[in-house]
Design a protein around this ligand. Sequence first.
Ligand code: MN
Length: 498
Amino acid sequence: MASVMEMTIDRIIHKVKENSPEADVDLLRLAYDFANEAHKGQKRKTGEPYIQHSLHTSFLLAQIKADLETVIAGILHDVPEDTERTLEDVEKEFGKEVGFLVEGITKLSKIKYRGVDRYNESLRKMFLAMAQDLRVILIKFADRLHNLRTLEGLPDKKRARIARETLEIYAPIAGLLGIWRFKWQLEDLCFKHLYPEEFKKLEYKYEVEQRVERNQYIQKIKKELGKKLKDEGVEEFEILGRFKHLYSIYKKMQIKNRRFDEIFDVFALRVVVPNISDCYRVLGIIHELWRPKSSRFKDYIAVPKPNGYRSLHTTVFGPGGKATEFQIRTTEMNDEAFYGIAAHWYYKKGGSAKSPKENQPKWVKEILNTQKDALDSNEFIQKIKIDIFQKRKFIFSPKGDVFDLPEGSTPIDFAYAVHTEIGNHATGALVNNTMSSLDRELKNGDMVEIIIDKKRKGPNKAWLKFVKTGRAKDKINQALKNSSHFENIKKLIPYTKK
Ligand code: MN
């Protein structure tokens, strides 16, 4: 069953207006006419008119509150690649910005995944496109999501290739950008295509066997909590039962080697309130109603995750002693959790996103810096994997600045994250006010103070053996190279003085 609901330009316009009432939607209609004309007569493998793919891609972008240029570029994204119309035509009609986005997508689409060898190269290109303008990647996600929904038209081998590529490259990047809405959907669609048997089994358990019990329990909680919140004077709130996506269940079962029932012991709800102080009030009220499982409280509002995710998490023993997980957050945080970086721009600019570059996450900037130094894509990917794909640790400076560093980082990694000169002149470290060795592995929440000696000539070569971040390695190597260069020059200069 391939055909998804028919998409129209009016539905897209409606969605865009919902997010930004003042948006110039005439341009959207123009884009539709232009793309419709260009793709005329073309059909997808599923038999649908090609323009349906363009429109669905665009709609997905409007759903995550992407800006108007991105939504327009979504409609036009396959025009230069697949029709007589050129990139120049697009730019002439719709301006430089839309032209730039469509160009980025066209370049990206030329990357074909061919297993391990090409993997690094395509990942590198994805990162570069992303670093230039993250919106290009948003379009690519939407494009891929719709392609996955309509994979049925393709031969098995090709289907598996696309699904695997998505699972290995696209979904993790969507996660890094905090666009959970895309990440979940991408993963579950890939899961379905790659492991159809397992998918069906889990879907049945979750959607059929467990559904009634789950819904009853959640209704019960909603009623109890809703009443208590009102009694305590919290007027505005929304309590939602949370859907767990199947691929994450599958992964948990594999990693922890557990059965479905063990993982599904936990029920999950979300409470959405207008502002942050309400979040903490709701937390207090929940803890008053049900005994918290003390080890399971996380304050991602005070200390957001590296991708910007904010929320309070707590697990309590709910009615009947059942472990029940709550996420408590504001409406804005909720949008950000679904739409990630896209919503971030949206809120920053009060409803009309502009200049996404300003809001690039720190790790995107790090990627750009890494790229400048890397010789080939393998080296580049090694660094990216080490820096980005590992679990991050939050380390604090004495002033309270937070640095996120990969697992296994040491005070030297921290020193270079703060400043190159601090790294180069480091002689010691205080971790939580206690003298510590420079190669000690830092833990989440550690407070680190670096002791520096300005007379120190530069880093110690031995540090290279234990530092974890690409940045520290690069800076140490650079400093060592400079100093040996200096030494060599000294040797070349005739020594005249006796
Ligand atoms: Mn496409």
